[in-house]
Ligand binder design. Sequence first.
Ligand code: 1PR
Length: 536
Amino acid sequence: RASKGAVHLLDYGAGNVRSVRNAVQALGFEVLDARTPKDLEGATRLIFPGVGAYGSAMDILRERGLIEPLREYVRSDKPFLGVCLGLQLLFDGSEESGGVEGLGLIPGSVDRFTGEGLIVPHIGWNLVNTKKSSGLMDGMEGERVYFVHSYRATPTEENKDWVLSTCDYGGEFIASVQKGNVMACQFHPEKSGATGLGVFQRFLEDAKPTGQFGQSAKVTDGLARRVIACLDVRSNDSGDLVVTKGDSYDVREKSEGGDVRNLGKPVELAGKYFKQGADEVAFLNITGYRDLPLTDAPMLEVLRRSSETVFVPLTVGGGIRDFTDSNGKSYTSLEVAGAYFASGADKVSIGSDAVYVAEEYYASGKKKTGKTSIEQISNRYGVQAVVISIDPRRQYVAEPSMTKNKCIETARPGPNGEKYVWFQCTVKGGREGRDIGAYELAIAMEALGAGEILLNCIDEDGQGNGFDHELVSLVSDAVGIPVIASSGAGCPAHFTDVFNATKCSAALAAGIFHREEVLVSEVKNHMVSHGLPTRT
Ligand code: 1PR
């Protein structure tokens, strides 16, 4: 296919810019890399997908001598589109990373979201209010776009000539800016499905304003509750990478010597769920705790290929930890995560390693070392990039004093009539229980810089009886970061139920989607008909 033209992409080597690249290519444009000041000089159209933490982004730009050339490019009013951190860096500075100076092109500072009970990061699909007519945001009335950030710029008298649209999350913040040919969005067009691709298209095709405003967003409709499709991936006995699905984590067919259940191919299923309207797709490499992740090329390839066609966030988990391979070469968890991000993942999910880290955290009297996988990845790539996958199992006790872990009175007593339950964390895909609860783990992880909790439940996994509301409430009441309810969905009503009964921000399912018992779109329709904010 003939290229419609070229656009430079400022890739300073942090995090996932592959999706932006893929989105631009999917629209028929050629992507050229801008890595040096000289590259910037030659650019006639530039996209700046800022990723990672504010401080480390500015450090890298400085090291590469890009700060002045970037300022010059923007001041000269050449076509520029910043994305997420690429918007924030245009401002004077940020509260993030202990206070950092930015490019100083737009007046104002970028501050952390605050608000009583507000879940931070702001992750998910939210509505934008268009403030003025422009080519960029035209036709976006009533559409939701994908945000993922903990810091935001707010509209003020000084920057009002820049503000193109705002969004409401614990107060009004800037969703996009534009002055002349310079524009930027706090949301991620490359992760916002067809609506987001439209933003890129209008930027790339120099769309002129139609004069139509979008003022449709009602604050009460705000942030949508997310529906996530999860693909548990592993090799079967013939060595093929398959999507599998267990009952309480047992993924083998029940027959004698049963093979690993095969429910399809990862890339195809991811594409199918994107088309059905999944808000995110998660890949869990369920044997990652024993495989050597960086030699696990199939999973990296799955991400690369999925990110070419799936324009919503991708999470990958399994085997994210420090390890030494069979040749004696050591990798840090940061390097492992980096390989996943570079292949198209937006977030990494950490399971077993998080349990060990939390145990040490409590044993040391809650000391932060800065050296754990969670802290390192979060510092480098931002809190939103670190998901903690918890694999808990119910443990019943007659009295709370029988465990040091947080217990609750349960409406579903244990086999011997025990009235109390705690939720025991496991490692290695549920194979080994540890003396720490999901509640304790979640609190430790938030303190160390995790951005989200993926809360599975071994007892409910694959059962189709609905989510464990007691577990989801316990954890989502304890932390201020988003919690994804997982395990047990059997019908659309189970999603609506868990959203109504708990503070979870998202709900995830696997089996019902793989077996085609329920479409993602049917879940969404049920949510809409029950008045839940939903991206449709
Ligand atoms: O410990 O960092 O290497 O990560 C391993 C990852 O693999 C963890 O995220 C862990 O949850 C996952 N995992 C390990 N073993 C299994 C297994 O099933 N044998 N799968 C496994 C986790 C749970 C969910 C599932 C929901 C929804 N599967 O991912 O998709 O329970 O299922 P449902 O809707 O069918 O009920 P590390």
